[in-house]
Design a binder for this molecule. Structure first.
Ligand SMILES: Cc1cc2nc3c(=O)[nH]c(=O)nc-3n(C[C@H](O)[C@H](O)[C@H](O)COP(=O)(O)O)c2cc1C
Length: 204
């Protein structure tokens, strides 16, 4: 079966360690899914490319055509890999804006892998106290292994059970197995079939 993984990266810098982690996770998830017999497409969404559209969506209440395509990519994907830098012990503002403009049915029962980068490993629980609750609220299925990469993780080797490489592989395996046991997602865009005003006003 053909499967699509949507990858959302909320890194600000270029080059971005958040994007690097997102790419590593996407490669590992692709590999795991291919081992399960799937053909895999990966769609990467850099939120910094949609910064102005995200603000406009929040102010106007509806997305630009480009942001609408982002919504469709995420809602139509078989899985989501969501990666943010840690800012002030939480996800960054970009990431939160993205979550706020998502249709609240877009992630229902969708396998999601959460990950974050940070300046200190002492903030790794941001994954559990900030990211996981948001996706649970949206009724996504967040895989048990969440991946945090601190500066000391990069280039630290891949032998130890706790290494970044090991954590990436374990999380990707969990995501692939959740995808494998699901049918293709079906998602209806709420803007395609709005409730008529007359109905909202009680006239019919
Ligand atoms: C405004 C700001 C706040 C930050 N707050 C934290 C923090 O609370 N905890 C942490 O571990 N790192 C913090 N950092 C460091 C970033 O999370 C880290 O540099 C991240 O990997 C940057 O990702 P990027 O390379 O994709 O931009 C902060 C960085 C900035 C710019």
């Amino acid at each position: 079966m053909r499967r699509t993984i949507a990858v959302v990266s909320a890194g600000l810098r270029q080059p971005s360690s958040t994007r690097m982690l997102a790419d590593r996770l996407a490669d590992a998830a692709r590999r795991e899914l291919e081992q399960l017999g799937a053909e895999v497409d990966v769609e990467v969404i850099e939120l910094r490319d949609h910064a102005h559209d995200l603000v406009n969506n929040l102010l106007a209440g509806y997305p630009s055509e480009e942001l609408k395509r982002v919504h469709e990519t995420v809602a139509g994907a078989d899985a989501l890999i969501a990666v943010t830098p840690t800012f002030s012990a939480s996800f960054n503002g970009f990431f939160k804006m993205f979550v706020e403009v998502l249709d609240d049915t877009a992630l229902v029962d969708k396998p999601v892998l959460v990950a974050a980068t940070g300046g200190t490993g002492r903030h790794s629980l941001v994954l559990e106290h900030a990211l996981r609750p948001v996706f649970t609220y949206l009724h996504a299925v967040v895989v048990p292994t969440a991946v945090f990469a601190a500066p000391e993780d990069w280039g630290a080797g891949d032998t130890a059970e706790s290494s970044l490489v090991h954590r990436i592989d374990r999380a990707a395996g969990e995501l692939a197995r959740e995808v494998d046991r699901r049918d293709k997602p079906t998602h209806t865009d709420p803007f395609d079939n709005p409730t008529p005003f007359a109905h909202l006003l009680g006239a019919e």
